[in-house]
Design a protein around this ligand. Structure first.
Ligand SMILES: Nc1ncnc2c1ncn2[C@@H]1O[C@H](COP(=O)(O)OP(=O)(O)OP(=O)(O)O)[C@@H](O)[C@H]1O
Ligand SMILES: [Mg+2]
Ligand SMILES: [Zn+2]
Length: 492
């Protein structure tokens, strides 16, 4: 349910009568088929399949059950009910796993939230061998990796105990080494500066400029300058990945996600959904970056849905059967051209043929409220070749990242969260301006026609700029720089 693993109790009752197996408690197709796998697995591993009437109840009854994960506990339930294995210690464990016909255990999705739930219930988690690494991310829970049905039976019979998985074997990495370096980008100092501010404070960023000026290039280098995730963040992100369709890679967990869905991606793929709600790109980007390249090409309705998670950090998916909530605290990085042809306002060549109407229509695909939620708007202009050639002393990602980490540290010490997540009360307290600066901001807001939300967002960005400068208070220069990042809104 969302990212929660809900405990399911499996009851098995054997009575005399015509041999028959009945599964009740909202099982779906894959669970109904479970009886065939369980039957074969038991018969292929020396056990007897009771020739009685077998009733299996999956409780709670109103929760739809899907997938093959119940195979193992169903098999053990039948074995215990027919007294082929002892049942006295079963309640010390949580079991999960899909059975192959020969009794091998196959990996399943969502083992990470299950391991968390097992820890909270003070039970040991019995998981398929291939899922052990994933479960091992959770500290403080005993994990029993199982390759075959016989292994766990032999363990429960106290013949051959299973060795506990060493949870420390799954260390978390915090830096993606394969990411291209920021020093590859020539010129574009203004954009690089904005990228650094966005990374430091977790702010949303929109880049606008003609084709081929390095927007996509800049965005793809963002992960290389982000601060490392905290333990808690890493665990949250891993949990979402654990229940996602293409799963979770325990070898690279702990790295902030960078998701760049294509603009043709469906609404469900982006925001999540399905009859069994699955997380979409916005949740897979939790605690990381959601990069929307060619922003105006995205389905307008999908873009509007983004407004909720940007503000709240999570997304709710309602379906007839149930409602699921997924975390979606992503940092939005978007790129776009200034007009349909791409060349509007390009100083080096004047080839834009778009009519004013076309430009307006193009820009209006991104609504005011969405734009309002993006703190930093920057232009990534075409730069003369000479300028680019001259730019030889370029900083690498590592240098920038050091500054970003220092600024983030200050934020975490101040409010235990990045500036982007500051609430209005935090802002009133920590983003004070001098009287003159207050007036300066009022004037700017009025002149630019910005909203009250923009007012708060400008203050948050100013705070980050001050933190990068290691300044206790927000200075006039910090505020002024922050205001410049909102000026694109009126240029139409
Ligand atoms: N500032 C730059 N420094 C170095 N190389 C650059 C720069 N800008 C562009 N390039 C080169 O041009 C290529 C295209 O850049 P990129 O894809 O980032 O452009 P873009 O701004 O995203 O364009 P579009 O609007 O068409 O998507 C890059 O792969 C790179 O080789
Ligand atoms: Mg591009
Ligand atoms: Zn144009």
């Amino acid at each position: 349910m969302g990212v929660q693993a809900i405990s399911v109790t499996i009851e098995v009752h054997l009575t005399n009568g015509l041999p028959k197996l009945l599964i009740v408690g909202l099982p779906e197709a894959a669970v109904k088929e479970s009886q065939e796998r369980v039957r074969s697995a038991l018969l292929n591993t020396q056990f007897e399949f009771p020739l009685q009437r077998i009733t299996i109840n999956l409780a709670p009854a109103d929760l739809p059950k899907e997938g093959g994960r119940f195979d193992l506990p169903i098999a053990l339930g039948i074995l215990a009910a027919s007294r082929q294995i002892p049942s006295d210690t079963l309640s010390e464990y949580e079991f999960v796993g899909e059975l192959a016909l020969n009794g091998d255990l196959r990996p399943v999705r969502g083992v990470l939230p299950m391991a968390l739930a097992a820890r909270n219930a003070s039970r040991q988690a019995v998981v398929p061998f291939e899922n052990a690494k994933e479960a091992g991310i959770v500290s403080g829970v005993s994990i029993l990796p199982v390759k075959h049905l016989l292994d766990i039976c032999s363990h429960l019979q106290k013949i051959t105990p299973i060795t506990l998985y060493d949870n420390d074997q799954t260390p978390h990495s915090n830096y993606a080494s394969h990411i291209a370096d920021l020093s590859d980008v020539r010129g574009q100092h203004h954009a690089k500066r904005a990228l650094e501010i966005a990374a430091a404070g977790g702010h949303n960023l929109l880049m606008m400029g003609p084709p081929g000026t390095g927007k996509t290039m800049l965005a793809s280098r963002m992960p290389g300058i982000l601060p490392p995730m905290t333990e808690q963040e890493a665990l949250e992100t891993a949990t979402v990945l654990s229940i996602a369709r293409n799963g979770f890679n325990a070898d690279v967990w702990g790295i902030r996600p960078f998701r760049s869905p294509h603009h043709t991606a469906s609404g469900v793929a982006l925001v999540g959904g399905g009859s069994h709600p699955r997380p979409g790109e916005v949740s897979l980007a939790h605690n990381g970056i959601l990069f929307l390249d060619e922003l105006p090409e995205f389905d307008k309705r999908v873009l509007e849905v983004l407004r909720e998670p940007i503000e709240s950090g999570h997304i709710t998916i309602s379906r007839a059967a149930n409602t699921a909530e997924f975390p979606a605290n992503f940092q939005l990085v978007a790129a776009m051209n200034p007009c349909p042809c791409g060349y509007l306002g390009d100083a080096t060549n004047n080839r834009c043929q778009c009519s004013a109407q076309q430009v307006t229509r193009y820009r209006s695909r991104i609504s005011g409220p969405l734009l309002d939620r993006i703190d930093l708007h920057i232009e990534v202009p075409n730069q003369p070749r000479i300028e680019l050639r001259k730019d030889t002393a370029r900083e690498d990602s590592k240098t920038v990242r050091t500054r970003v980490i220092a600024a983030r540290e200050i934020q975490l010490q101040r409010c235990q969260k990045p500036n982007n997540l500051l609430g209005n009360q935090d802002i009133d307290k920590h983003c004070r301006l001098s009287d003159t600066d207050e007036r300066l901001l009022d004037t700017a807001i009025e002149r630019l026609g910005l909203s009250a939300r923009a007012w708060y967002r400008i203050l948050k960005v100013s705070r980050t700029i001050a933190d990068l400068a290691k300044s206790e208070s927000i200075q006039t220069a910090h505020l002024m720089e922050s205001i410049t990042y909102r000026q694109l809104e009126r240029k139409k």
